[in-house]
Design a protein around this ligand. Structure first.
Ligand SMILES: NC(=O)c1ccc[n+]([C@@H]2O[C@H](COP(=O)([O-])OP(=O)(O)OC[C@H]3O[C@@H](n4cnc5c(N)ncnc54)[C@H](OP(=O)(O)O)[C@@H]3O)[C@@H](O)[C@H]2O)c1
Length: 407
């Protein structure tokens, strides 16, 4: 029954991402999930954990209530403190039946994500399913729900603009760099080697920039980024003596003061006067405002990029409405598919039973009469019986399917 589909989930919508981490299963394993299944009488189970959600999709006839919720999380996360258990009613969302499927489809289509339209979630969901299926935790009903989830997500991505327009500051910065027509062999200075500049390096590498000098307080991190992009690594203090000039400088550190000031900038210019591309991704900015004012620069700063990113995200969020129309249609289709599948399963025995009736008729009930028939008549009778057998199998199946579609 459709109502046996259930979801228990904690997402970024109801808690912050640090707290969410507490509800992720520690060292998830087949044994842990099997034990959870047995403890709560679940027929099938799929577990998904990403950086913005923990989700249990299961099939069960058990009644859900607050006591179930607490027992469930206490069982699977035994390390949870009383405080983390007592806030469960505020942060856990529960869905069943059509609502559960609607939620699953929304998750797959990235309509429920922190960053709407990021397709990564579909890969994560598929991987979670593959793993749980391999562990023998899922069955026919989750298989069917997953099949339609993937179809729905693909339809949403293909027929809405939900994934269009970049929403990450780094990808927007790189778009600006590419739009500035900076040559691929341009001299790029990368100042800072944290997470943000690591992503910058990946993009630089992807777009063919390799004349890159990476400066960082911790040299080892500069080296790791330089390897990524095929450039050179330097300790941060070497900026003060760097004499090779540059065309583009991308700065992003956790320093809370402007580290590129007029004297340092003049020194880095090394006498060059052409316009330089400056990208400052740090908050607060790492390039002194006076540098922008006094020198010949094309300046891209994070505040503009953040504004653009949030406009793009609002655009994507507007597309959620179009995605929901697709989901509604797919939910209708799913209900038909689910009923058909139920009939298919129920009818699995029909061919075997009909064959048995046929064998019984020929070998017992009409045995004597058949013995008196000549070969031609017997052959004709056999063919008629086989024809009837096939029809007897297909007619009830077709009638049942027609009945479902009329409902
Ligand atoms: N994460 C994002 O999505 C994102 C997006 C846009 C902008 N930002 C901004 O980017 C900046 C860095 O973020 P992140 O995520 O890359 O940080 P992160 O991974 O923590 O890296 C920080 C980087 O800054 C360096 N650093 C920290 N304090 C410094 C100081 N006082 N002097 C010199 N270098 C210092 C660190 O050097 P060591 O390696 O030596 O520690 C490291 O390279 C922040 O201003 C942040 O607000 C972040």
């Amino acid at each position: 029954m459709l109502e046996n589909y259930k979801i228990l989930t904690i997402t970024h919508k109801n808690t912050n991402l640090n707290k969410l981490g507490k509800y992720v299963i520690d060292d998830v394993s087949k044994e842990k999930l099997e034990a959870l299944k047995a403890e709560f009488g679940l027929d099938e189970l799929l577990y998904l954990s990403t950086c913005n959600r923990v989700l249990y999709f299961f099939v069960a006839s058990t009644t859900y209530n607050v006591a179930f919720q607490k027992a469930f999380f206490q069982y699977i996360n035994p390390q949870l403190s009383n405080g983390s258990l007592s806030c469960l009613p505020e942060i856990v969302e529960y869905f069943d039946g059509r609502e559960a499927l609607n939620h699953l489809f929304e998750v797959a289509a990235s309509m429920n994500s922190l960053v709407v339209g990021e397709r990564e979630i579909l890969r994560q969901l598929r991987e979670a399913y593959d793993q749980c299926q391999k562990w023998g935790l899922t069955g026919d009903r989750i298989r069917l729900a997953m099949k339609v989830s993937v179809e729905t997500a693909k339809e949403v991505y293909a027929n809405t603009r939900i994934g269009e327009k970049p929403v990450s500051v780094v990808s927007l910065a790189i778009q600006k760099l590419l739009a500035s027509k900076t040559a691929k062999d341009a001299r790029v200075l990368l100042v800072g080697a944290g997470q943000t500049n690591k992503l910058v390096s990946k993009f630089l590498h992807k777009h063919g920039f390799s004349n890159v000098a990476v400066f960082n307080r911790t040299l080892a991190k500069a080296e790791s980024l330089a390897t990524l992009v095929g450039g050179e690594a330097y300790p941060l203090e070497d900026l003060n003596t760097y004499k090779q000039g540059f065309d583009c400088m991308i700065v992003c550190t956790g320093a809370t003061r402007a580290m590129v000031d007029i004297p340092l900038y003049e020194q880095l210019l090394n006498g060059e006067t052409e316009e330089k591309l400056l990208i400052d991704l740090a908050i607060p900015n790492n390039i002194d405002a006076q540098v922008i004012e006094y020198f010949n620069v094309n300046y891209i700063e994070i505040e503009d990029l953040r504004q653009l990113a949030s406009e793009n995200l609002s655009f994507r969020e507007k597309e959620v409405g179009h995605g929901q129309k697709i989901i509604d249609k797919k939910l209708e289709e799913f209900e038909i598919l689910f009923e058909e599948r139920k009939i298919e399963l129920a009818m699995k025995e029909v061919p075997v039973e009909i064959k048995k009736v046929k064998a019984h008729a020929m070998n017992n009930v009409f045995k004597k009469e058949l013995e008196g028939l000549d070969t031609n008549t017997l052959d004709l009778l056999n063919r008629m019986m086989s024809y009837m057998e096939k029809r007897c199998i297909s007619i009830p199946m077709q009638a049942a399917k027609k009945g479902i579609k009329k409902l």
